[in-house]
Design a protein around this ligand. Sequence first.
Ligand code: AOF
Ligand code: ZN
Length: 412
Amino acid sequence: MSRWTPKQIAHMREALRLARQGWGLVSPNPMVGAVLAKRGRVIATSWHTGPGQPHAEVSALALAGPKAKGAELYVNLEPCNHQGRTGPCAEAIIESGVAKVFYSVPDPNPVASGGAARLEEAGIQVDRGLLADESWELNQFFFKYSTTAKPFVIVKAAASLDGKIATRTGDSRWISSKAARNFSHHIRAGVDAVMIGRTTAAKDDPELSARPWGRRKMHRQPWRIVLDPLLKLPRDLKLFNPQLGGPTVVVCAPEAGQKDREGLRRLGHAVWEVPRAASGLLSLAAVIDEIGRAGLQSVLIEPGATLASSALLEEPVADLIHMFLAPKFLGGKEAPSLLGGPGLENLGLAKELDILKIGRMGPDIHLVLRPSGAFGPSSVQPQAPILGYGHLTDDLDELYGTDPPDSPEAGD
Ligand code: AOF
Ligand code: ZN
């Protein structure tokens, strides 16, 4: 038996639904929604729309005005207690005369936390833990970064049923369906950075921008990160187009030439040096550390065969894997498979992955996988289950509208 009533659960569910509208808008802040209710009826709702904008609770209180007195507030994160870009929510709640606050999970940000204690001190009833599991999962990026200073790492990959990423002649566009590719743009829209390796950059010449379909306009683009040990990628690639806005980060090895580094910097790009791992490839763990140092809370890796092999086998860094399997066979001993690299010597070395979700994306099979030991809700709260990333897939039509079947699609 839940200790919450169906009505209370419904109010928090609505707060979470509202919070999800902040996907791609709020970083480095968390996604937060707020519902004010009185005698079981909703009197005002709001959500946090981005850094510098009012917090969800404060804007819901402003909408309710004097009606907030005696109301219940439902919010998926502990109200803050600090003067940041905006004022402390706890004080606004106290002033409004709200009688009771339900929040899902504590704020792990040491600067902002302490709101619940402040509310109780002022005589407001506080109830913790309503839909906590969903709320942990919703703000994974924020929670991982706040507690480890490292970004949440997502790997996205697509292959045929026999694990091929191209035919024997190299034909690879497209193996996965438009729906699966749309989903990638949705993930790109919500992460702080997108990363690829040098072969993918040279071969596909991608722009790496987030271009979700429909009504949502991107007001910022994820950082583009490309691994190029010796800085030999041609400078006329789309990635280096200064018109794209925001920097492209090129990650290189210690022996990369100074002239090449300076040339890239002159073009406005950033160059990061990292050591090589035992495999001889750039150390992914070091790249992930650098991404954290740059203040980025999440990164999507869209790997070719080499990067997939390092990120999933040799130097595992993924917290979550989105895998699309197109229901077709391509065959061919020489046709490239998902993972290049040397591969494992024996089965005992293979790491198990938890299957969080088996779904469909258009005609494709969509698997959501979690390597054991990766970051998850249980990393911050023991016993928290992992729910399967419903929030990343369930609301796409609500966020973007339905995708017209023949909408034009630009490159990659
Ligand atoms: C809340 N409600 O809606 C959000 C909260 O720079 P600021 O002032 O926007 O503060 C950002 C911090 O506030 C962020 O790191 C997180 O700890 C908290 N976010 N808190 O009570 C909200 N977005
Ligand atoms: Zn706040």
